[in-house]
Write a new protein. Structure first.
Length: 189
């Protein structure tokens, strides 16, 4: 039975900061994070009748956020491929890259641990963000990602392994990470 009595203003007040923080970690810059967070609550307000109460409201919000992030990444990838085709078909043009408007905040983020997490496949990246940035329990992550608990555990395990390898390959200190990815399993449920 759909829940049609959601107080959208109260939900925004209570969860906007959490959703914005997750959007910032996912997107890597404050501008896209603002857009993702705002759009998450727009989707909720337009489709509040779809919330059936099978999970907590913030888990439901993370699900919306992750779907929006996936959509944006697909769009970005498609635009990039189209630009690459244009680039490849115009060999006579000088190949210059437009200067990026890189603020200290964005540059620092790209060098950070979350910048490395952004390089991981979507499933691993999303699971790690929800676990370590948002401190969600494994069962809450499973609800947000709409996948089995075992899949969440696997994504986190393999994501941590891949993250360690990325850091070591870049010559970065991976000592702050768990020695074995299953060390986080004590907090799995």
């Amino acid at each position: 039975m759909p829940n049609q009595s959601l107080d959208i203003d109260e939900i925004i007040h209570q969860y906007f900061a959490r959703i914005h923080r997750a959007a910032l970690v996912l997107s890597g810059n404050p501008w896209d994070a603002d857009d993702l967070a705002q759009e998450t609550f727009l989707v909720l307000s337009r489709q509040s009748d779809r919330f059936e109460g099978r999970s907590s409201i913030y888990t439901y919000l993370y699900g919306i956020l992750l779907n929006l992030d996936r959509r944006e990444r697909r769009r970005y990838g498609m635009r990039r491929r189209k630009l690459q085709v244009l680039w490849d078909n115009e060999p006579s043009q000088p190949r210059t890259t437009p200067a990026a408007d890189a603020t200290a905040e964005v540059t620092e983020w790209k060098r950070s641990l979350w910048g490395r997490v952004a390089e991981l496949p979507d499933g691993q990246r999303q699971a790690l963000v929800l676990r370590f940035s948002e401190q969600l329990r494994y069962d809450e992550i499973a609800a947000a990602l709409d996948c089995p608990l075992g899949t969440v555990k696997s994504r986190i395990f393999h994501g941590l392994l891949a993250l360690r390898k990325l850091m070591e390959a870049a010559g970065e200190d991976a000592r702050l990470m768990p020695e074995h990815p299953n060390e986080d399993m004590s907090r799995a449920i």
